[in-house]
Design a protein around this ligand. Structure first.
Ligand SMILES: Nc1ncnc2c1ncn2[C@@H]1O[C@H](COP(=O)(O)OP(=O)(O)O)[C@@H](O)[C@H]1O
Ligand SMILES: [Mg+2]
Length: 443
């Protein structure tokens, strides 16, 4: 393998490798990246800038060489095909929040991959961290196989711990940020006078809510899969979730993810890098530099779930300093939950964003509840309210059990429907957004 030439880049290479190895310090799994096609930039034609994060830019590409990005993992079901050869060329480099924007179907089909590479503007200090994160992302994606997690297609044929390293993944249609904007527009449309007349029975509004619930369920299944495989994601947020060409929700950006030991420690908490991720989604224990585990993703998922259901941004009026002072620390402010949401969903959210790890449900429990709600939401309105009414009491008692089981060593027992740590919400419920059907189901 070619090594970076100069001594400073050699240093950056070693630092990057050290950082990368930290993410796999507990790992016993082999590195599967060697099973993926290796491509060079000459094999790819860049067509459009799709977005950028702190360290990386992502560009739509089509494969121009005879080399195909054929699937390498046996279990993977979807296929990719070969495209003919020409050299790397930027056709359109305008930053585009629309992602697919006005492109026609054919072009979308051709440019269905995305190239993630490091920004050229990174200073030396950020470089080793960024390289390490991208190599970590490649290694984790190489072993992941889930319908709601982005698929790795190829990796750079150059050296791994180098600023030129890149990965090729499937391209998305729109990020969750954009999708939430679209949902908001649709909600606004049907809430107007004309909209209400067309949607007099509230079916459209209910269907929109259910669509969001199903997307949350699928995202929850991706999270549960990661946790089952002892991977903590650590950066769950709207910006790292998208929808693919088939409208399926996808989790991506695994730069901060880390493998946990296969066998759980007695308390199952680990000293990992503090302050990892984005503050408003960050579990208090991570922000405070305390030991943590995959439950930090459950916290982030609760905030994200609230955003998907309320169509608002959490803590939008708070500065980072205010979040540090009153969200991470007492009084542990949390977003206002809508009274019309199913009670068990609201309760689960409340437990999931608890500052205490032991109060939180597991991602499996969250996924199961969302699956359950999505099954119920297929029922007809009238039947729905009756069935939900009945099953609620059963499930509430189950949740009570789970609450007591998990908070066994907590000195703070709270009634499930009290919102004492929810100081943004309890006095300020948002009735405007009440869903007519769902409000029936939560008596
Ligand atoms: N596969 C993709 N298809 C379309 N857009 C993407 C894709 N991957 C990333 N993006 C866009 O690029 C942005 C940055 O990508 P991301 O992987 O999150 O980089 P970073 O690690 O720097 O945060 C995303 O928020 C999204 O807008
Ligand atoms: Mg990102």
């Amino acid at each position: 393998m070619r090594q970076p030439a100069s001594s400073s880049s050699q240093e950056a290479y070693e630092l990057a490798r050290d950082f990368h190895e930290q993410s796999f310090e507990y790992s016993r799994r082999p590195d599967l990246t060697s099973q993926y096609p290796r491509v060079s930039l000459e094999d790819l034609q860049k067509t459009q800038l799709l977005g950028s994060g702190a360290f990386a830019t992502v560009v739509a590409v089509r494969v121009t060489s005879e080399a195909s990005l054929e699937q390498t993992q046996q279990k993977r079901s979807r296929q990719v095909s070969n495209i003919s050869s020409c050299s790397t060329q930027i056709i359109d480099c305008s930053a585009d929040d629309e992602l697919f924007g006005e492109e026609d179907q054919e072009q979308q089909q051709q440019d269905r991959y995305a190239l993630k590479q490091l920004k050229s503007s990174l200073d030396q200090e950020d470089l080793h961290r960024a390289v390490a994160d991208l190599v970590t992302e490649a290694r984790l994606l190489a072993e992941i196989n889930h319908p709601h997690i982005v698929r790795l297609r190829a990796i750079s044929s150059g050296p791994k711990f180098d600023k030129g390293f890149f990965i090729v993944i499937d391209r998305f249609r729109a990020t969750l940020v954009k999708r939430i904007e679209e949902w908001k527009m649709e909600e606004k449309h049907i809430s107007g006078l004309k909209g209400r007349m067309h949607d007099w029975n509230g079916h459209r509004r209910t269907a929109l809510f259910q669509e969001r619930l199903r997307a949350a369920r699928d995202l929850g299944s991706a999270l549960q899969y990661l946790h089952e495989n002892r991977i903590v994601f650590r950066d769950l947020k709207e910006e790292n979730v998208a929808f693919d060409k088939d409208g399926q929700i996808q989790l991506f950006d695994f730069g901060l993810a880390k493998e946990l030991p296969k066998l759980r420690h007695k308390d199952d908490l680990y000293n990992m890098t503090p302050h990892t991720g984005t503050l408003k989604y960050m579990a208090p224990e991570v922000a405070l530099g305390q030991p943590y585990n995959e439950s930090c993703d459950v916290y982030s998922f609760a905030i994200l779930l609230w955003e998907m259901l309320s169509l608002k941004r959490a803590f939008s009026a708070h500065t980072n300093k205010e979040i540090e002072e009153s969200v991470v620390r007492p009084p542990f402010k949390r977003p206002t939950r809508n009274q019309s949401w199913p009670q068990e969903l609201s309760f689960m959210m409340h437990k999931a964003w608890s500052p205490r790890i032991c109060d939180r449900p597991s991602s499996k429990e969250m996924e199961l509840m969302l699956m359950d709600l999505c099954l119920e939401d297929n029922l007809q309105n009238k039947r729905h309210s009756i069935v939900v009414h009945k099953s609620l009491s059963i499930r509430k008692s189950k949740l009570h059990l789970f609450h007591h089981k998990r908070s066994g060593h907590s000195d703070h027992h709270q009634h499930p429907h009290q919102d004492t740590d929810d100081c943004c919400s309890s006095s300020n419920q948002d009735h405007e957004n009440e869903d007519p059907l769902l409000s029936v189901s939560v008596h």
